[in-house]
Design a protein around this ligand. Structure first.
Ligand code: AGP
Length: 580
């Protein structure tokens, strides 16, 4: 997590209007604290969202070089001192870092023995002192970078700046880093979105590569100091209006965008994504084993895909990326399908790398183009959801599920996707007011249970996840059949149980009755008129998963409104989890 920005410019840029604006576009990567430093040593740090640091900066402040950071704390609490940038004792070397320096304690111990004094609890502070030490030993910075790449263990995207020098040094291993080529400036960033309103030309760093950026040129080197030739990518970015428009939160704006966003995706299946889908199907047909890997909400979408394909007799497994090694070993007979909104989730990136090394083919389903996972893939389907600003995934989730339905359709599943955008719109329009009333009641509850079966089981988990991450309410999404094997002991008078019951599913009706008999307050989501509190349009079980998910997302949103919580940026979270 963490977002980093560095700018080197021919003409002075506005600190607020350019450096911090680009940083703001990375705020979804972490918002515990932020900070920046300019080439003349002017620096500022603040706890909390980037708006706090912005309010400290004068509109007229400019610079030709500067670095900035938005933090998701790993080592050391959320304090001003632990906020980046970090510096050496004489405040001549400045560093921002995304990642984790695994052997920081060893490196720190060596530096402490040499007399270096540390003032933070971060792993990052080792870096400026390390470079200070190397420079004092007579090395130049490039030699120091090469030594650092040999000694440092862990993941990092690092920007290093020396006071008074209009040069940025950028070093990358595992954590994402990209250079944007704008009209009169170079912008280093954690992803292309940071500068996509300034330029569509970018160069991606490879692992163990470093670059030296001056106002008029850039040079890339491998870990041994050999110059590397780099390709300039001209990227396209699916743009939505990036403001909240008239909405109070990005979450509700993104939920309501879904009719358009899903239509754009469905149209792409027959046009710009047709060849890629065919290639993916070829890979699926020519492999012995298909394994989806994903985390969080993307795991829930993958689970829908896996269940659907299993129904069609195409056996697949679906594994949470951080636990892959507990379940399988990749080999050349395995197709790994990585599903990720950001395309940067470190738990997934790590497994994709292992899979590639073992000779597996890699497919991916991502939202962010040119993300690390997409660039490692043999084929990558884009979900075309546009930028998702709210930390909680909503529209990206729906589009991930739609990709699963399209894959199944191409493998023989009977479904007409063209109706989905309209039905999403109906689902929201018909139910929004009812959901507000239900959410009012749910907001005062300590626990919520969500029950599902088959393709609705992943939705039960997804809805529960949203109550946890947005509303901080304990929620459990579970297989309805498992309830009677223990969890039913927790059901008592008034406990809310949301039952997902598509097409009068008998097992689900029984499970719902069983909890009702024990006093639960059941809220049934159904697609049959008169059979529940919430009714979504008529559809099959697979499509029901989409509409039930949207209802759950809306409920968690309106509960959040009642509770007055920070809906778009829940505590302790970041949208892109780029550490393990
Ligand atoms: C979604 O609401 C969550 N914030 C989270 O579970 C997320 O889905 C997960 O971290 C995976 O992210 P990815 O899709 O970018 O890989």
């Amino acid at each position: 997590m963490c977002g980093i920005i560095g700018i080197v410019s021919i003409t002075p840029f506005s600190v607020k209007g350019t450096l911090l604006k680009c940083l703001k576009r990375l705020e979804y990567r972490g918002y515990d604290s932020s900070g920046f430093v300019l080439v003349d040593g002017t620096a500022s740090k603040a706890i909390g969202e980037i708006s706090s640091i912005m309010s400290q900066v004068n509109d007229s402040l400019t610079s030709t070089t500067g670095i900035a950071h938005s933090r998701w704390a790993t080592h050391g609490g959320v304090t001003d001192t632990n906020a980046h940038p970090h510096f050496n004792t004489s405040k001549t070397l400045f560093v921002v870092h995304n990642g984790i320096l695994e052997n920081f304690q060893d490196m720190k111990d060596k530096l402490v023995k040499k007399g270096y004094k540390f003032i933070t609890q971060t792993d990052t502070e080792v870096i400026p002192h390390y470079f200070d030490d190397k420079l004092k030993q007579g090395n130049d910075i490039t030699k120091a970078i090469q030594s650092f790449l040999k000694e440092a263990k862990g993941t990092f995207a690092i920007l290093l700046m020396q006071k008074g020098s209009n040069i940025l040094y950028a070093i990358k291993r595992d954590s994402p880093l990209v250079l944007g080529l704008a009209k009169d400036k170079f912008i280093l960033a954690s992803d292309i979105y940071a500068f996509s309103d300034e330029t569509n030309k970018a160069i991606f760093f490879e692992d163990n590569e470093y670059a030296i950026i001056t106002p008029d040129k850039y040079e890339f080197y491998d870990k041994n100091g050999k110059k590397t030739e780099k390709k300039i990518i001209e990227f396209e970015w699916t743009r939505e209006d990036e403001t909240k428009e008239h909405y109070k939160h990005y979450m509700i704006k993104e939920i309501k965008e879904q009719p358009q966003v899903s239509l754009r995706l469905i149209n792409s299946f027959e046009t710009i994504q047709n060849d890629k889908l065919n290639k993916l199907l070829e890979l699926m047909k020519n492999t012995k084993r298909i394994v989806f890997i994903a985390c969080g909400t993307s795991y829930h979408a993958s689970l829908v895909g896996s269940i659907l394909l299993n129904h069609l007799g195409i056996y697949t497994s679906c594994i949470i990326a951080s636990e892959v090694e507990s379940f399988i070993k990749f080999d050349k007979d395995t197709l790994c399908i990585a599903v990720s909104q950001s395309g940067e989730t470190m738990d997934i990136v790590t497994e994709v790398k292992k899979a590639k090394q073992a000779g597996s083919k890699i497919a991916s389903i991502v939202n962010v183009p040119y993300s690390t996972i997409q660039r490692m893939s043999d084929v990558s389907i884009e979900i075309l959801a546009g930028q998702e600003v709210c930390v909680a995934a909503t529209k990206s989730f729906t589009n991930q599920v739609i990709v699963m339905l399209e894959l199944a359709r191409r493998l023989g599943y009977k479904i007409n996707l063209k109706h989905i955008p309209k039905k999403i719109q109906q689902t929201i329009a018909i139910n929004e007011d009812k959901i507000k009333v239900i959410s009012n009641e749910l907001a005062s509850k300590r626990d919520i249970f969500v029950l599902g079966k088959g393709m609705s089981y992943p939705m039960a988990r997804e809805i529960a996840l949203k109550f946890k991450e947005i509303d901080y309410i304990h929620a459990e999404g579970m297989m309805a059949g498992e309830l009677k094997h223990g969890t039913i002991a927790l059901i008592e008078e008034g406990v809310p149980v949301i039952s997902l019951i598509p097409n009068n599913n008998e097992d689900m009706i029984s499970a719902s009755k069983e909890v009702e008999a024990r006093g639960a307050h059941t809220i049934v989501i159904s697609n049959i008129e008169g059979k529940g509190e919430i009714i979504v349009p008529k559809c099959d079980d697979a499509e029901f998963a989409i509409y039930a998910g949207i209802i759950g997302h809306l409920m968690s949103y309106y509960v959040g409104v009642v509770l007055g919580v920070s809906i778009d940026r829940p505590k302790n979270l970041a949208k892109c989890v780029s550490v393990r």
